[in-house]
Design a protein around this ligand. Structure first.
Ligand SMILES: Cc1cc2nc3c(=O)[nH]c(=O)nc-3n(C[C@H](O)[C@H](O)[C@H](O)COP(=O)(O)O)c2cc1C
Length: 441
């Protein structure tokens, strides 16, 4: 019976910039027509569109500086708008949440250069101002360009995860600093809050120290929904320990299933959490048309916008090596990468495990960050979503933009009703906060 089947969660994946995750998208004739991405109306319209489609959230990716490792320069990123320019993501939150009532916002904020004290203060303030609709995508800055921009020496993955563990420990203490009933606000006695219920933190760690009380009282969700996208062995452990939702990219259903099984095993065996207690949200690129031929035509048009040099600069930025020094026909399989392991695997398995050349990898990745691409009618796309949920263990999908806001309008108008007709998607928001909506079945 349709009603017993898992229902999809949907999020719109974007960046506070011109290009998001489809390299060359700004060139598309339908991209941002009459919209200025650096001004509020564009974001308000996109937020209202996603809310019309009952999405859990708009999810804003981020990095802190243009990549600079392709030809040892950020020239190609600037030239082809490879995730550049990108503006600060949390500034969008009040704009999005005042234009909507239910839509959440996932905001990517790096732990690398911000002290946990101010991170907690910022996120709690945003959780208050949005009535509890914030998620935090916890990242630690994987790109050397970010460290260069901040004038710091880049640390390795292991060190970053160790530091992030301690970071979270302090964040939890700060979030829990104010008891839910700490505020009395008794005008007669003049007592606003009970100091006994506002814990003073005295944290002495290897990486951080903090002495004092959190400056924000408890926010509607207590803490933002914790989100993670680390995919290395260490990253998966971090996610299984801390995350309430995970964003992962896998190019096919077998890899999705392996990841889902692995994550659920870690939850149960290592962290004593129930299986299925972390929502697995998989990246997906959908190109919907009135007919299959129409959708295919749209796919070709999107692909034609990708500049090869921009694509190479992007994989250099995400994975670390300077791909200008590799032959375009060389296979990527055996290259050791310091960057985003999980996303690198998406291209390694893009051809089902068959060798893939540097050129193929770059062009595939530049379409939509290595996400599987589904091209077809609304019914074809709904079939794919059902398949990934039933066979791949997906709880929902991070929909990567192709051109904006049009791709989200089309998805909401065409695919959402089809999913609802099949009983595979909500017809109303089940809760008030993002956590209530996202963690609902
Ligand atoms: C699907 C996906 C999306 C990610 N998005 C971001 C991002 O927006 N900003 C960022 O700094 N890191 C991002 N990352 C990087 C990870 O959060 C993580 O810090 C990095 O991959 C290093 O950890 P790993 O080697 O365990 O994957 C993303 C990773 C994945 C797999």
């Amino acid at each position: 019976m349709a009603s017993q089947k898992k229902q999809a969660h949907l999020l719109g994946f974007i960046q506070h910039g011109v290009n998001s995750h489809a390299t060359g998208m700004w060139r598309h004739p339908k991209d941002k027509v009459n919209w200025d991405w650096s001004r509020p109306p564009y974001w308000q319209h996109m937020a209202r569109t996603m809310e019309r489609g009952l999405f859990d959230a708009m999810f804003i990716a981020d990095e802190l500086a243009p990549y600079n490792n392709y030809e040892k320069s950020s020239d190609a990123c600037v030239k082809y708008a490879v995730q550049c320019p990108t503006h600060e993501p949390s500034t969008l939150v009040p704009i999005i949440t005042t234009a909507t009532k239910h839509l959440g916002v996932g905001v990517t904020l790096s732990t690398a250069f911000e002290h946990p004290y101010s991170m907690v203060r910022r996120l709690s303030s945003l959780d208050h101002l949005s009535d509890g609709r914030i998620a935090w995508n916890i990242v630690s800055s994987y790109s050397k360009s970010e460290w260069d921009a901040y004038g710091a020496e880049m640390s390795d993955r292991g060190h970053r995860y160790e530091r992030m563990e301690e970071y979270m420990e302090l964040c939890y203490q700060l979030w829990d600093s104010w008891a839910p009933d700490a505020i009395i606000a008794d005008k007669d006695s003049g007592i606003f809050a009970d100091p006994a219920k506002v814990k003073e933190i005295n944290f002495e760690g290897e990486f951080f120290r903090s002495k004092g009380r959190s400056f924000c009282y408890r926010s509607p969700q207590g803490r933002p929904v914790l989100w993670q996208a680390g995919s290395s062995d260490r990253g998966r452990d971090f996610a299984a320990k801390h995350a309430e939702a995970i964003f992962a990219v896998h190019p096919n259903v077998d890899r999705m299933r392996q990841y889902s099984d692995d994550l659920n095993q870690r939850l149960v065996k290592t962290f004593n959490r129930p299986p299925g207690s972390v929502k697995l949200i998989y990246g997906l690129q959908c190109i919907v048309g009135e007919s299959r031929a129409h959708a295919q035509e749209k796919y070709e048009q999107i692909r034609a916008n990708i500049p090869l040099e921009g694509a190479l600069a992007w994989i250099s930025g995400h994975f670390g090596p300077d791909f200008s020094t590799y032959d375009l026909d060389e296979y990527v399989q055996n290259i050791e990468i310091p960057g985003i392991q999980g996303l690198f695997e998406s291209i390694i398995y893009a051809k089902g495990g068959d060798p893939i050349t540097v050129k193929e990898a770059a062009l595939y990745y530049a379409m939509g960050m290595g996400m599987p691409i589904t091209v077809g009618t609304a019914s074809d796309i709904a079939d794919t979503l059902e398949y990934y949920m039933d066979e791949g263990g997906a709880d929902g999908f991070m929909l990567v933009a192709t051109y904006t806001p049009g791709c989200f309008e089309e998805f909401v108008d065409l695919v959402v009703p089809e999913l609802q007709r099949r009983g595979r998607y909500r017809t109303t928001y089940p809760g008030t906060t993002l956590r209530e909506n996202l963690l609902a079945d």
